[in-house]
Design a protein around this ligand. Structure first.
Ligand code: GLP
Length: 260
């Protein structure tokens, strides 16, 4: 896994540049979109690239990583509303090109299977954005998730409910089920870009990057991915044993990219 340790502002700038590079290379690319506080500055930076540097999302297709079961698309706290307000309405990303699991479906398990099929029909994900839960979950793949899992309904853990509930309306806070892409689904993305900031994520980052590959720390499955990049700030990198090595390796990697 490529590990990029940077100050927060620079980290988001670099992650947004990586996404812009993807879109420039393949204007019709398929992006996997994540939500959560970590994604807010990233979507701000993408909106800025759209407004001031002409980055166009007009050809992009997007798939949500996950959604709470039973939450209507317009409800405050719904992931669909998050993406609509923070990315889609601030860029030229077409509303009809943004796909999400049908979380209000009568049969959520069937909706999850249909979503997986829609993903496949779209040719799979080129670049998947990921945040990291404090328990090292990605999407809503809680500890214990099968490393080969596909999109399905998952029960949320108490720690995830506590971490994500802040500021949300009670009706959303009480949701215990979500539809999430599985770990196997995420591994099928051609590139995975995982972002974590702040001291609360230090343990999850260490488990994801340096821990054993285990269902107990679902993010660690990214170690099996051929093109996964972790963007972490200094606080989130605090638990990494090979921190100095990553800084050195990244400096050399960038030299190579500049052709030096
Ligand atoms: C939720 C989402 C995850 C996200 C996580 C981290 O659980 N399902 O995709 O990574 O929150 O959230 P935050 O960025 O707010 O810490």
């Amino acid at each position: 896994m490529r590990v990029v340790i940077e100050r927060e502002a620079e980290l988001y700038r670099l992650a947004a540049r990586r996404i812009a590079r993807e879109i420039h290379a393949k204007p019709g690319c398929v992006l996997g979109l994540a939500t959560g506080r970590t994604m807010i500055p990233l979507y701000d930076e993408l909106a800025r690239l759209y407004a001031s540097e002409g980055l166009s999302f007009a050809g992009v297709t997007a798939f949500h990583l996950d959604e709470y079961v039973g939450v209507a698309p317009d409800e405050p706290g719904s992931f669909r509303r998050f993406v609509r307000e923070r990315l889609q309405q601030r860029t030229d990303l077409r509303p009809e090109a943004v796909h999400a699991p049908d979380a209000s479906a009568h049969d959520p398990a069937a909706a999850a299977r249909a979503y997986e099929a829609a993903l496949r029909a779209a040719g799979g994900i080129d670049l998947q954005l990921l945040g990291l839960g404090v328990n090292a979950h990605i999407g809503f793949n809680e500890p214990g998730s099968s490393l080969a899992s596909r999109t399905r309904v998952k029960t949320l853990s108490d720690e995830t409910l506590a971490a994500n509930g802040e500021g949300l309306p009670a009706v959303v806070r009480q949701r215990r089920l979500a539809i999430t892409m599985g770990l196997g689904t995420i591994l099928d993305a051609r590139t995975c870009l995982c972002i974590a900031t702040g001291p609360a994520k230090a343990g999850a980052v260490a488990a994801t990057v340096e821990g054993p590959v285990t269902a107990s720390a679902p993010g660690s499955v990214l170690q099996l991915h051929p093109d996964a990049i972790a963007y972490v700030d200094e606080a989130a990198a605090a638990g990494l044993l090979r921190r100095r090595y990553y800084l050195d390796a990244e400096a050399r990697e960038r030299q190579l990219e500049r052709g030096e």
